[in-house]
Design a protein around this ligand. Structure first.
Ligand code: ZN
Ligand code: ZN
Length: 587
C-alpha cells in the first residue's frame, strides 16, 4: 500500500504557503488560488486511493493496479476521507468564487457519501455484481493510452491480484440478494469473454519476451479459474436458498436507506418522499393533459371507431395509432443526422441559448464494444482528453429481425425521435456539455451530478415544445407526454419498490396501464429497479427542480425575465447539483 500519510503532510504544507502569500493579491483571490491547489492535490490522492476509478476516467498512472476490496482498503479510504475533511475546514466557502464554492460542496458530499457507503450501506456484503474484473481489464485493452506491449505489461501485472480479489469477494459476501446474485453470475460470465482469443491474439502479435508471454498466459488461466470459481460460489447460494426464498436478503433497501441515498446521489432541495409526491401529482397532470388532447384528435386518427369509456384505454389506443408514423430502418441514422441542424436553427431563431459553432457534434453508428445498452447516447471527451470530439452514438437496427425493428421504430416514432434528439443533442446533453467545458472543473467532470445532467436534458424537451418546436401539434404533445411519463414513473416505482415494498405485479400494472409501455420495456425496467437504487429518480428530480425554479424566477422577475439569460446562467456553473446552482443564482 502506498504511503498516504506522507502525501497528506506534503500537501498541507503547500496550502500553508499559499495562504501566507497575500502580499500581491487580495485575500479572496488568494483563497481561490490556494483552493485550486488543494483540488489538484485532492484529485491526485483520489486516484491513488481509487486506482480502478482513475483508469475509467482516462487517468492511466495506476492502470496496472487491481485493488483488493478488503477491510484494509476501506480503512485506507476512511483515512483519506478524514484527512480531506480536515483540510476542507480551512476554506471558508463564502470567500471562494462560485465555481470553487460548488466544487467545495461537491467534494464534501462525495466524502460523506463514501463514508456512508462503507459504514452504513455496505453493499460489499450483499451485492455480488460489484465484484467483476472484466470491465477494467477490457478498458485497458481497448484504450490507446500506450503501445500494445506496454498495455499488455499493465494487464499482466494487474492480473496477479485477480485470485486474491475474488477470494476477498467471497469473504465479504455475508447475505447477498437473489437479484444481485443473478446479475453477478451473468456479468462475470461476460467477464470470462474478456480473457479470450482476442487477448491471446494480441499477446502473440506483441514483442513481449517468451518469459513475459508465459507469465501472461499463466495469469490469464488463473484469472479464468478464479472467475469460474466465483460463479460456482454464487450458484451455491442459489442452490442453498432454493427451498426457502426467505433466506435471501431483500433487494429492497427500505425507506431510511433510500432517503439517505437519495440525499447523497441527487443532492436535491427536496427529500425522497417529497419528490415521490411531486411525481405522483405530475403523473395525474400528464394523464389529464393526454385525455384532453385525445378527445380533441380521436376522430382525426380513428375515424368512426368507437371511443373507449375508460380514458387511459382511449389514450393507449391513440398512441398506438400515432406510433405508426415512423422512419424506415435503413433511414434511421440518416434522419437523426439531418435533424441536428434543424434543432440548431430553431434554438437560434428563438434565441434560447448561444450554441458554439466551433464545437460540432458528430453523429456516428455506436462502436461495437459499446452496443447492447441504450439505442442512443452521447460520448463526451473524458476529463483528461478534453480535445477529443463529442459523438452522438446511434445503434443501427442491424441486429433486429423485422418484427423487432418495427417495434423499435414505433417506439422511436416520428415524434419521439425528435424529442430524443432534443434530449441527447440540442439543446440537451451535448449543449450542456459544451457549457460545462467552458467553466473547466476537473471536480465537476469527475463528481458531476447526474440529476442535474439528466434533468437539464429532460427539461429542454418540454422547453422546446413550449417555444413552438413541432408547431404545437397535438400529436407531438401527446407523444411528449407519454415520453415524460416514463421518467415520472421511474421515480414513482423506484420509491414505491424500495421504500414502500411494492411487488412486481403492482409495478407492471403502473408501467403497462398508466405509462403505456410495452411489456418488454416494463419487464426490463422492473429488473433494473431491483438491482439499482435512486438512479431511476435522477431524471425526474432534476427536471422538476429546474422547471420549478424557472417558473419561480419568471414570477419574481416578470417582464425582466429572459429565457436565454436563465439558460446561460444556469449552465455556466457546470454539472453541479441544481440545489447549489439555485443557491448561487439567488444570491
Ligand atoms: Zn411500421
Ligand atoms: Zn439522458
Amino acid at each position: 500500500m502506498k504511503n498516504i500519510i506522507v502525501l497528506f503532510f506534503s500537501f498541507s504544507t503547500v496550502l500553508f504557503f499559499s495562504c501566507q502569500n497575500q502580499s500581491t493579491e487580495t485575500a479572496a483571490q488568494s483563497q481561490d488560488v490556494a483552493f485550486d491547489q488543494f483540488k489538484n492535490n485532492f484529485i491526485e490522492q483520489l486516484w491513488e486511493t481509487y486506482p480502478g476509478w482513475a483508469t475509467y476516467e482516462g487517468y492511466y498512472k495506476y492502470a496496472d493496479i487491481l485493488t483488493i476490496p478488503n477491510q484494509a482498503t476501506r480503512d485506507k479510504e476512511s483515512s483519506f476521507i478524514n484527512a480531506i475533511r480536515d483540510s476542507l475546514e480551512k476554506y471558508p466557502t463564502q470567500n471562494l468564487k462560485p465555481n470553487n464554492q460548488t466544487d467545495f460542496k461537491m467534494i464534501q458530499n462525495f466524502l460523506n457519501s463514501n463514508e456512508w457507503e462503507n459504514n452504513t450501506f455496505k453493499s460489499f456484503e450483499w451485492n455480488p455484481s460489484q465484484y467483476n474484473v472484466g470491465g477494467s481489464i477490457n478498458r485497458l485493452f481497448i484504450s490507446d493510452y500506450k503501445s500494445l506491449d506496454e498495455k499488455l505489461r499493465d494487464i499482466s501485472k494487474k492480473m496477479i491480484n485477480i485470485p486474491e480479489y475474488y477470494l476477498t469477494a467471497k469473504n465479504n459476501l455475508k447475505n447477498p440478494t437473489q437479484e444481485h446474485t443473478g446479475l453477478g453470475i451473468q456479468q462475470n460470465e461476460g467477464a470470462l469473454t474478456v480473457f479470450g482469443d482476442k487477448l491471446l491474439d494480441s499477446l502473440n502479435l506483441s514483442q513481449l519476451s517468451i518469459e513475459e508471454k508465459d507469465n501472461f498466459k499463466k495469469r490469464m488461466d488463473d484469472a479464468k479459474k478464479s472467475i469460474n470459481d466465483y460463479i460456482s460460489f454464487l450458484k451455491g447460494f442459489q442452490e442453498k436458498n432454493k427451498a426457502d426464498k426467505n433466506n435471501w436478503k431483500d433487494f429492497r433497501i427500505g425507506e431510511k436507506l433510500f432517503s439517505e441515498k437519495f440525499d447523497f446521489d441527487i443532492v436535491s432541495g427536496f427529500s425522497a418522499i417529497e419528490m415521490y409526491h411531486k411525481a405522483l401529482s405530475h403523473k395525474k397532470e400528464l394523464h389529464q393533459e393526454m385525455a384532453k388532447i385525445s378527445h380533441q384528435i380521436w376522430e382525426k386518427h380513428m375515424g368512426k371507431k368507437e371511443k373507449p369509456q375508460e380514458e387511459l384505454i382511449m389514450i393507449k389506443q391513440l398512441i398506438e395509432k400515432i406510433s405508426e408514423r415512423h422512419v424506415t430502418r435503413k433511414d434511421f441514422i440518416k434522419s437523426i443526422r439531418t435533424q441536428i441542424p434543424e434543432l440548431t436553427a430553431f434554438v437560434k431563431e428563438k434565441d434560447l441559448l448561444y450554441l458554439d459553432p466551433s464545437k460540432p457534434l458528430k453523429v456516428r453508428p455506436t462502436p461495437e464494444y459499446m452496443r447492447g445498452f441504450a439505442g442512443a447516447s452521447i460520448s463526451s471527451p473524458g476529463p483528461y482528453d478534453k480535445n477529443a470530439p463529442t459523438y452522438y452514438n446511434v445503434t443501427p437496427l442491424d441486429h433486429y429481425d423485422d418484427a423487432g425493428a418495427e417495434s423499435y421504430l414505433r417506439e422511436y416514432n416520428y415524434y419521439v425521435l425528435q424529442i430524443l434528439n432534443i434530449h441527447e443533442a440540442i439543446p440537451g446533453h451535448y449543449a450542456q456539455l459544451v457549457y460545462a467545458n467552458k467553466s473547466p472543473s476537473l471536480i465537476k467532470s469527475i463528481l458531476g451530478n447526474g440529476a442535474m445532467v439528466e434533468g437539464w436534458a429532460v427539461y429542454t424537451e418540454r422547453m422546446m415544445l413550449e417555444e413552438g418546436y413541432g408547431n404545437h401539434e397535438p400529436e407531438m404533445w401527446l407523444m411528449y407526454n407519454k415520453w415524460n411519463l416514463r421518467v415520472t414513473c421511474n421515480t414513482i416505482i423506484d420509491y414505491g419498490i424500495h421504500a414502500l415494498g411494492w411487488d412486481k405485479e403492482k409495478v407492471m400494472d403502473i408501467l403497462l396501464n398508466e405509462a403505456f409501455q410495452e411489456e418488454s420495456e416494463a419487464k426490463g425496467k422492473w429488473k433494473r429497479a431491483t438491482v439499482s437504487q435512486v438512479q431511476l429518480c435522477s431524471y425526474f428530480s432534476g427536471f422538476k427542480e429546474i422547471y420549478e425554479f424557472r417558473e419561480q424566477l419568471k414570477k419574481e422577475q416578470g417582464e425582466d425575465f429572459k429565457l436565454k439569460d436563465f439558460h446561460e446562467q444556469f449552465l455556466s456553473y457546470g454539472s453541479a447539483p441544481v440545489k447549489y446552482v439555485k443557491e448561487l443564482m439567488m444570491e
